[in-house]
Design a binder for this molecule. Structure first.
Ligand SMILES: O=C(O)C1=C[C@@H](OP(=O)(O)O)[C@@H](O)[C@H](O)C1
Ligand SMILES: C=C(OP(=O)(O)O)C(=O)O
Length: 449
């Protein structure tokens, strides 16, 4: 966690003068969009992504694939009958697959999905693919993935750092086969190996050797999307050996895929309903999904709300009271900042466990949440694997965000009920939700209600 000067942009977080009552159409899922791009790039025939997320992380992925010779054409159609989508939501990306080409240079920004999912794909190119990104990308874990790629036959040069920047020297194919990986610092190592594995000569058998494994729903998402692309995958969930995933080599189908709304980015809006005792509807909430954000239906209900999932989407209402929670968030780590913000406004104590790996996310999220909530008068203590949050009256002040989109949206939730909160660098929400300030203001104006 680096400290940032207060001369950066400050966004006065709007406070809610009454209970919110709004319908909020949330942009597409980052995790689905970036997996869909990889799978479409490796497919045997062209595919479509409908309603892809347009944000820094997904545009970095699209640009990287373009630099590797993959065609990605963006079309916006006001008549989206072709995809059965409501009027005005017809943006589609057509992906024309190709053998990955080198030499190429990839900017990974601070996108975990780009820095982890692309090196295995780059190993299929013939030549040099150089990767680098934001200073924080140099600190995020990558060593287990680099070691795994090497043992699968790839040549990766990382200057002995085990992190960005690195160069993959491909020879046009990768052997693949059995490999061990310790994914206790990031589930993305496993997803990364599985996503490109149908194109490895022997596919892959990934065995996770670490003690813990975070973000299991995201691995399920990888398996589910591979299977929908026609790939045979054995996974622990479907009767396979615990901690082992097997991908059979073979062709991937080009798909026509509608990207689900990002349920983790729905979180601040649902939190707004919870902390103001209001109601928010999120249209197109999927009935079945692998997204971890779906767990919010249960988590925020336990914290004091109620919800209904029907044809209109998910409608979530607060009761006017917010309860503390004791929860293991290991499977849904990316929800932690938003849950911590709600917990800081609750009547009772909360203990958030199972999220030590958040210290290695966009920033050290446990340190950042502790420091920033406490700077507003809160009582947050860092534990070995999470946070203990005790209720205390909060006051206004500057909420620093450390270039972390989820810190910024968590601060906005606090600002709804705590007067005079200013969020540093709200534009950092552009990592996954560039429209956040606008959607937030529209929610408060009751638009769509
Ligand atoms: O595969 C994915 O799309 C993601 C996996 C998770 O990463 P970690 O397992 O590193 O937490 C999650 O936190 C991240 O936001 C997205
Ligand atoms: C951890 C996150 O992102 P990344 O994909 O960069 O790991 C996140 O979005 O909360």
């Amino acid at each position: 966690m680096t400290d940032h000067s207060e001369s950066l942009d400050l966004w006065p977080a709007p406070s809610a003068s009454r209970a919110v009552d709004a319908t909020v159409t949330v942009p597409g899922s980052k995790s689905v969009t970036n997996r869909a791009l990889i799978l479409a790039a490796l497919a045997a025939d062209p595919g479509w992504l409908r309603r892809p997320l347009r944000s820094r992380d997904t545009l970095l992925m699209a640009d990287a694939l373009r630099s590797l010779g993959i065609g990605i054409e963006e079309t916006v159609s006001s008549n989206s009958a072709v995809s059965g989508l409501p009027q005005g939501r017809g943006e589609s990306w057509r992906v024309i697959p190709a053998l990955p080409q080198a030499p190429a240079t990839v900017d990974v920004g601070n996108a975990g999905t780009v820095m982890r999912f692309l090196p295995p794909l780059a190993a299929l190119a013939e030549g040099e693919v150089r990767f680098d990104g934001d200073p924080r990308s140099h600190e995020r874990p990558l060593r287990s993935l680099i070691d795994a790629l090497r043992s699968l036959g790839a040549r990766v040069e990382d200057g002995g750092r085990g992190s960005m920047p690195l160069t993959v020297h491909g020879v046009g194919s990768l052997d693949g086969g059995p490999v061990e990986v310790d994914a206790s610092t990031s589930s993305q190592f496993i997803s990364a190996l599985l996503l490109s594995a149908p194109r490895f000569n022997q596919g892959v058998e990934v065995r996770h050797t670490g003690r813990t494994l975070p973000s299991l729903p995201h691995i399920r998402m990888t398996v589910d999307m591979l299977r929908r692309a026609g790939v045979q995958v054995d996974a622990p969930d479907s009767g396979g050996e615990p901690n082992v995933w097997r991908v059979t080599p073979g062709a991937l189908l080009g798909r026509d895929l509608v990207v689900e709304p990002d349920l983790s980015n729905a979180q601040p809006f649902l939190a707004a309903a919870l902390v103001t005792g209001g109601t928010v509807t999120i249209p197109d909430w999927p009935v079945r999904t692998t997204q971890p954000g779906d767990a919010l239906r249960h988590i925020f209900t336990e914290m004091g709300g109620t919800c209904t999932l029907d044809d209109r989407g998910l409608t979530f209402s607060g009761s006017g009271r917010v309860r503390g929670i004791d929860a293991d968030l290991g499977e849904v780590g990316e929800l932690t900042p938003g849950i911590a913000a709600v917990a800081a406004l609750a009547e009772g104590e909360s203990v958030l466990r199972g999220v030590a790996h958040l210290r290695l996310h966009e920033t050290d999220r446990l340190a950042a949440l502790t420091k920033e909530i406490n700077a507003l008068g809160g009582d947050v203590t860092e534990t070995e694997d999470g946070l203990r949050i005790r209720p205390r009256a909060l006051r206004g002040g500057v909420f620093h965000t450390y270039e972390d989109h989820r810190l910024a949206t968590a601060g906005a939730v606090l600002g709804l009920v705590v007067k005079d909160v200013e969020i540093e660098n709200i534009a950092t929400t552009g990592k996954t939700m560039p429209d956040f300030p606008d959607l937030w203001h529209r929610m408060l104006a009751g638009e769509g209600a």
